[in-house]
Design a binder for this molecule. Structure first.
Ligand code: ADP
Length: 850
């Protein structure tokens, strides 16, 4: 009994002590003691309360597969790790969430609201009582509460940290509008706080991915990342984490990489090997989404630090991704805005530069200089020249190697029918963009492309653009832009800028070409005007386009009156002239505006029509004619009387005229007459000589012309004798004018003599005199042989006779009418003739009355 009572009292004391220990522990647990201290105190309390030297707190390992001792007192080393699934008392208590007492070992679970968090174990030398188990449970509850509180605290701290981080990240990201700075800031934020290394990929306009930043905390990993960056650019649609995130537009978490999952994310064996060296353990890929558009992806990886991404990390990464996307979008907008401004500034500058010169070659050079390096590392300007031949006109290289490029290109003529390249662009008027170009693709429009490609290899070709130069709806050339050393990849937007530059340039080039041509034309016109030959150009439509100064002088027609007119309205009988004109000059008669001219003319066909050069040979021609007229007329006219004189003289010398006095007298008379005729001819010729030498002076006086006419008619009657009737028909008794009576008489005598001479049958000759306000007129009319229409002007020429060989037996020197005209003109009058062949002629002399 006493023993029993004793035992009871001992039990009560032990329980009281245990309760006091629990109370003490509870107090210290709520006063802010750290979790580890609370657990350590709890372990001591258990040892004391149970009087044992073996106590341990187990907590699950990070993979959740085992329970490990975190705090202990005298717990055996070899029992510190227990598999959750094992049959040990610790594992069972943890699993079943119930106290387990096995012999001298008691284990109680540590439970929180969210489930088991560990186990508290105690081992003794004897079996534990139910009170002991209650005590253990109480301590376990206190530990669990402390753990729960600590975890809550940890979460709060973490989320505060995350918020702080995000606030800082948002601030940093929004600090700069510079695209590159923004991306680099982003990488700095991630490493090493959120990852051991990270990758930033962006999506291009065309959907392709572009790796824009790689950053690693470890310099060796940075090197591997750089190699990956060069050799394995991201591929949209592949198994790479970033590609997966992009494809889904959502965050992808890879909590743990296995060799298999790593292999699945790579493109080939080398890629896998490189990734293995990078050794990612856990990764997150976040899609960068702004305003519903996927801009790119951020890939975070833990590697050497051995950490894992939890669900909460994904949330933080996503939030960072959102802020980064907004910052990138802003920087992008700003960049495109800036880019647009730069483009405008560039085009404005281009327009200024292009407008600054009207010199053709200067304009082309300026254009090439504008293009490099803004639009490429080198450029070539092609111009469609005469005969549609494509010429390389300007070459520029940013590194000053234009001469090299020029000489390389010169050795390779362009194939005009090439289906691609410059000829195709010029033919179609459509641009060509080759983002991934090579020397051989650039050489595809020339002869021997391989040779050119190997030469171009030296200066490299990375990307090319070829744009047409179009002005006035005609493609006048093309510009080839080449990206080489810069390794720049031309985009659609570069092509648009190039096209806009080309549109402006084409106008400038066209203007300078027109100006050049105009200048050349002006120079040519100046040259044309300085040459003595008449030059005119008749275009394909028969219109006169050019009429030089000499042409004006020769024809007396101003260029302004001829240009634009049809050649057939300028030249009578143009068709014959046009047909005759060849490269060797021909002499043709031409009637221009009523003027008869002899022209030596040659024509050369050109693309603009036919250019004619002509020389006025009218004077030469007249001289020629004069010569032949002189020979024909005068030689005959002199020979006839000379022969008569000679014949008569011989006869007188050789024959005996005894008793034939009459015959002898006849011969002597003949000699005298023929000698007189010879002397008259010589007189005529001498008179003409005087006339032409200016040695003849008129002696004007007040003259009654009716008297002069009457005297002339009287004298003519005597000369005519029986052969003709000569009549005067004057409208007034007298008419006086101021003139040289002697010369007037000479004219009238001449005309009356001719009328008699050339009227073999008809014998009535009339001299009519009349006058009006301005003129006094003398008309000598006959009814003789008349004169053909074609000869009416020529009869006034010196030595010209219709019938120089006197088949009709009429003598004459051909000087009479010439002298008449010369005298009349000196008297300020005029002479003309009208005639009907076979019906008679009328010569009209008009003298001014004054
Ligand atoms: P010539 O009478 O000495 O031959 P002219 O100069 O007087 O020289 O005349 C030139 C030519 O004009 C003549 O040869 C003649 O053929 C022609 N002619 C001149 N007058 C007449 C006329 N009244 N009737 C016909 N023919 C004429």
């Amino acid at each position: 009994m006493a023993t029993h009572e004793f035992a009871d009292a001992g039990r009560l004391r032990r329980r009281d002590h245990q309760q006091a220990l629990v109370a003490e522990l509870g107090r210290s647990a709520v006063t802010g003691t750290s979790l580890s201290q609370v657990v350590a105190d709890a372990v001591s309390a258990v040892a004391e309360g149970l009087g044992t030297d073996r106590v341990a707190v187990f907590e699950p390992t990070s993979d959740g597969g085992a329970l490990a001792v975190t705090t202990a007192d005298g717990w055996p080393e070899d029992e510190c790790l227990v598999a959750v699934g094992s049959d040990s008392a610790v594992a069972r208590a943890y699993r079943d969430q119930d106290a387990t007492v096995a012999g001298t070992l008691a284990v109680v679970p540590l439970r929180s609201d969210s489930g088991p968090v560990g186990a508290l174990a105690a081992g003794g030398s004897e079996q534990f009582t139910p009170d002991d188990v209650v005590f253990l449970r109480s301590v376990a509850n206190l530990i669990a509460a402390a753990i729960a509180r600590d975890r809550a605290e940890d979460r709060r701290r973490k989320s505060e940290e995350a918020l702080g981080f995000l606030a800082e990240a948002g601030h940093l990201l929004s600090e700069s509008l510079d695209y590159d700075v923004t991306l680099s800031t982003l990488a700095d934020l991630i490493v090493p706080r959120l990852a051991d290394w990270c990758i930033v990929d962006l999506v291009e306009e065309d959907g392709a991915m572009r790796r824009v930043a790689v950053r690693a905390a470890d310099p060796r990993k940075q090197q591997i990342l750089d190699v990956l960056h060069g050799e394995y650019p991201p591929v949209a649609g592949s198994g790479q984490p970033a590609a997966q995130a992009l494809a889904r537009g959502a965050t992808m978490r890879f909590p743990e990489f296995t060799p298999e999952s790593l292999r699945a994310s790579t493109l080939d064996e080398r890629h896998y090997e490189l990734m293995k060296q990078l050794d990612p353990r856990s990764a997150i890929a976040v899609a960068l989404v702004a305003q519903g558009r996927v801009l790119g992806a951020l890939t975070f990886a833990w590697s050497e630090s051995g950490r894992r991404y939890e669900e909460s990390d994904a949330l933080l990464a996503e939030e960072l991704g959102r802020r980064a996307a907004a910052a990138i979008e802003n920087a992008r907008l700003y960049r495109s805005e800036l880019e647009a401004q730069r483009r405008i500034a560039f085009l404005v500058e281009a327009s200024d530069v292009l407008a600054s010169s009207l010199d053709y070659d200067e304009t082309l050079t300026a254009l090439a200089r504008l293009a490099v390096p803004r639009l490429g590392d080198w450029c070539v300007i092609y111009i469609v020249g005469p005969g549609n031949v494509i010429e390389r006109r300007a070459v520029e290289h940013a590194g000053g190697r234009q001469e090299f490029i020029r000489s390389v290109l010169e050795a390779h003529p362009i194939l005009p029918d090439a289906p691609v390249g410059v000829p195709a662009v010029i033919r179609t008027g459509h641009s060509e963009l080759e983002s991934e170009a090579s020397p051989i693709s650039t050489a595809s429009d020339v002869e021997e492309p391989e040779e050119l490609a190997s030469a171009l290899g030296e200066i490299a070709v990375h990307s090319t653009m070829c744009v047409p130069l179009i002005a006035r709806r005609r493609t006048i050339g093309a510009i080839l832009f080449v990206s080489a050393e810069s390794r720049r990849v031309f985009t659609e937007s570069d092509l648009r800028l190039a096209e806009e530059l080309a549109a402006r340039a084409a106008v400038a080039v066209d203007n300078s070409r027109l100006f050049n041509e105009a200048e050349q034309r002006a120079e040519a016109a100046e040259a044309l005007d300085s040459i003595a030959d008449g030059v005119f150009l008749v275009d394909a439509g028969g219109t006169v386009r050019i009429w030089n100064a000499a042409a004006e002088t020769i024809t007396g027609i101003a260029g302004a009156d001829v240009r634009g007119r049809s050649a057939s309205t300028v030249f009578e009988g143009w068709n014959e002239i046009a047909a005759l004109a060849g490269a060797t000059p021909r002499t043709v008669p031409a009637t221009i505006e009523g003027r008869e001219l002899w022209l030596s003319i040659s024509g050369v066909p050109s693309s603009d029509g036919t250019a004619y050069a002509f020389r006025d040979v009218t004077a030469d021609r007249q001289l020629d004619r004069l010569k032949s007229d002189f020979v024909a007329t005068v030689s005959h006219e002199l020979r006839t009387p000379l022969a008569a004189v000679y014949g008569a003289a011989i006869t007188l010398a050789e024959r005996d005229f005894t008793g034939r006095e009459d015959l002898r007298r006849l011969l002597v008379t003949q000699i005298a007459e023929q000698a007189a005729r010879l002397s008259a001819i010589v007189d005529d010729i001498l008179f003409v000589g005087r006339l032409e030498a200016g040695g003849l002076r008129l002696e004007p006086a007040t003259v009654d012309v009716v008297d002069v006419a009457r005297a002339a008619v009287d004298a003519a009657r005597i000369r005519a004798g029986e052969s003709a009737e000569v009549e005067l028909c004057a409208v007034t008794e007298s008419a006086t004018i101021e003139t040289d009576a002697g010369r007037l008489r000479q004219v009238l005598d001449n005309l009356l003599d001719n009328a008699i001479k050339y009227s073999p049958d008809a014998i009535v000759i009339e001299l009519r005199v009349d006058e009006d306000d301005r003129w006094t007129r003398f008309a000598v009319a006959d009814r003789g042989v008349g004169i053909p229409a074609g000869e009416l002007t020529r009869i006034f020429e010196k030595f010209y006779r219709l019938d120089p060989h006197q088949t009709r037996g009429v003598n004459g020197t051909g000087l009479g009418l010439y002298v008449c005209r010369e005298l009349v003109e000196r008297m300020d009058g005029r002479i003309s003739v009208s005639s009907v062949p076979g019906g008679g002629s009328t010569f009209l002399v008009e003298l001014p009355r004054r």
